[in-house]
Write a protein that binds this ligand. Structure first.
Ligand code: GDP
Ligand code: MG
Length: 597
């Protein structure tokens, strides 16, 4: 029975604890790829076309491992898709596994995401193998980290493995533990097919590539399959496994992980979390799939060049396929023209999406100020969700405004606790609980508005704890709030790119900062520029940018034409990075700076 020798597992950890490095070492150890080749391939990845890049950057790898018991095992190492460190992404992978390696950095100890991921793996009933990584670092206290693992996670000390992913220490012990303690997949080849779609990507030649885990039944080339929720029928054109390159096979069996292509050209036809079954021998009902996650943070994304809109649209669709927690719809802005309103799980997610769009699709983008989703009850008792400042009803129509709150969970050094308290107080946080984890660390829990967390709270926590603090948060309902729309007027006209929804008590300070920053960043132009921050008709702050006197070329005294020309060229260069809003030119960095206030 081949299923007995299959093991499906993930690597989970707080960011930077060595997940990717360990995956690399495991691949090397089993000879999936030799050392020199490995690096060459990774470098290639950056340069080759994105369609090939995606196939190599597989989120599942199948390797063979000959264990000490003499059997050769098929190991499916399922990575969390993309570089996103979000719970939801991890959760998708865990649903396809029976076990998880929980890495803890020996020099950092347990951090917020270590705990969050641990509980997630627990929820999925996975066998958890704790591994202390980076034991090569000098001066670390391994016993202290062991103590944290037994105290906080209640795992057995004897079960803890030691490793250095960097030096390749402990790899064999990890693989032996995987085959000995992680259960083989259950299910039966003869049952109706149940394949969980846990991820997907797009290949120019093959179309949509589905990443699936078979929980029951088997799948062969040419089978007619049905996506149970999308209710779409198609024919399997290719199936295979990632080694890590896509390697086609004739069939996939119960318990296995692999890819499926079926000449699906429209990325939107695939739902992550859907179940694939056989059209003529279907499963009774789909697998539980995934909870639909709700984006928490919204912003507008626009191409710097209006002509890139079509390209941006295609990029959004492809990216959406790879990242199902990202949502978007078209919108128009007075300042920027056609673009998209996009929803993200958090600000880090937003930054990653922006980076991927710019890097993988070679686009130049502007993002508008991000905001959370407010819940507004109007005088006529209609309840609406507002994810865009432009959609906030007239203040006289608003009966109740509510904003989302989170439970923020932090692990910080004991000596930084006062600064952390001060910081959370400034962010309207309410203390809930604390818990000392030995002498050096303390776990603190606050309830605070999501809007206060998304901006730069994590950076601030990192800075007041000198890098030793960590943060995790989860949605915790809505609370009434005093909400206003803050606008920036340029020569009397609202520039919607700078509009934001904000707590009333914070509007004054933010408005002031915004106009001051814009005065610094917008270059002087031929006429006076008036900058104002306002709520409705009330001006909160204003600044002026005086006009430039004469044409800059006047400096050249009319003489040397080549010098003049050079100056003109230089001015034109500079203009490329400017965005025309009304008759004022605003540099791209002004929009970026506004995001950070
Ligand atoms: P991930 O975010 O969990 O995927 O972490 P990475 O694998 O990207 O590693 C984060 C950093 O830690 C990188 O700079 C690695 O080189 C380093 N690192 C990973 N494993 C080890 C280790 O065993 N020892 C040491 N000294 N550094 C390591
Ligand atoms: Mg990584």
């Amino acid at each position: 029975n081949p299923r007995e020798h299959v093991r499906n597992f993930s690597i989970i950890a707080h960011i930077d604890h060595g997940k990717s490095t360990l995956a690399d070492r495991i691949l090397e150890y089993v000879g999936a790829i030799d050392k020199r080749h490995f690096h060459a391939q990774l470098l290639d990845d950056m340069e080759i076309e994105q369609e090939r890049g995606i196939t190599i950057k597989a989120s599942a790898v199948t390797i063979n491992y000959k264990a000490d018991d003499g059997h050769t095992y098929t190991l499916n190492l399922i990575d969390t898709p993309g570089h996103v460190d979000f719970t939801y992404e991890v959760s998708k992978s865990l649903a396809a596994c029976e076990g998880a390696l929980l890495l803890v950095d020996a020099s950092q100890g347990i951090e917020a995401q270590t705990v969050a991921n641990f509980f997630l793996a627990r929820e999925h009933n996975l066998k958890i193998i704790p591994v202390i990584n980076k034991i090569d670092i000098a001066g670390i206290d391994i016993d202290r980290v062991k103590e944290q693992i037994t105290d906080i996670l209640r795992l057995e000390e004897d079960d803890i493995l030691l490793a250095s992913a960097k030096e390749g220490i402990g790899i064999k012990e990890i693989l032996e533990r995987v085959v000995q303690t992680i259960p083989a997949p259950s299910g039966d080849d003869n049952n109706p097919l149940e394949t969980l779609i846990f991820d997907s990507s797009f290949d120019t030649y093959k179309g949509v590539v589905i990443y699936g885990r078979l929980f029951n039944g088997q799948l062969a080339l040419g089978d007619t399959i049905r996506m149970m929720q999308a209710n779409k029928i198609c024919t399997v054109e290719e199936i295979g496994v990632f080694r890590p390159q896509m390697t086609s096979t004739k069939a996939l069996h119960c318990g296995e992980v692999g890819y499926i292509t079926a000449n699906i050209r429209d990325p939107k036809e695939i739902l992550i979390g859907d179940t694939i079954t056989l059209a003529d021998h279907p499963a009774q009902q789909p697998l539980p799939g995934y909870k639909k996650v709700k984006p928490m943070v919204f912003c507008g994304i626009y191409p710097v060049n209006a002509k890139d809109f079509a390209e941006l649209k295609v990029a959004m669709e492809k990216l959406g396929l790879n990242d199902s927690s990202f949502v978007y719809e078209t919108e128009t802005s007075q300042s920027f023209g056609y673009g998209f309103r996009c929803g993200f799980l958090g600000l880090l997610h937003m930054e990653i999406v922006q980076e991927r769009l710019e890097r993988e699709y070679n686009l130049n983008l502007v993002l508008t100020t991000p905001n959370v989703v407010y819940r507004i009850t109007t005088r006529d008792d209609k309840v609406m969700e507002v994810d865009n400042p432009a959609k906030l009803p007239d203040p006289v129509q608003i009966k109740l405004a509510e904003e989302p709150f989170v439970r923020a969970f932090m692990i910080v050094p004991t000596n930084a606790i006062e600064e952390v308290c001060e910081l959370t107080k400034q962010r309207r946080g309410e203390f809930l609980a604390n818990d000392y984890l030995g002498e050096e660390r303390v776990k603190v829990i606050y309830r605070m508005p999501l809007a206060e967390v998304i901006v730069d709270f994590y950076d601030k926590i990192k800075s007041v704890t000198r890098g030793y603090g960590s943060l995790d948060y989860e949605f915790d309902g809505y609370n009434p709030t005093k909400l206003v729309k803050l606008d920036i007027l340029i020569n009397g006209k609202i520039c919607d790119a700078f509009s934001c929804l904000i707590h009333k008590d914070k509007a004054q300070a933010k408005g002031r900062l915004l106009v001051e920053k814009l005065r610094e960043l917008i270059p002087r132009q031929l006429y006076l520029i008036n900058l104002q921050a306002a709520i409705g008709g009330t001006i909160l702050a204003s600044e002026k940018i005086r006009p430039v006197g004469k044409n800059v070329t006047a400096k050249c005294y009319g003489g040397d034409i080549t010098r003049k020309r050079k100056l003109w060229e230089k001015q034109k260069e500079g203009k490329k990075r400017l965005k025309q809003v009304g008759n004022v030119e605003i540099p791209q960095e002004a929009f970026l700076a506004a995001l950070k206030i």
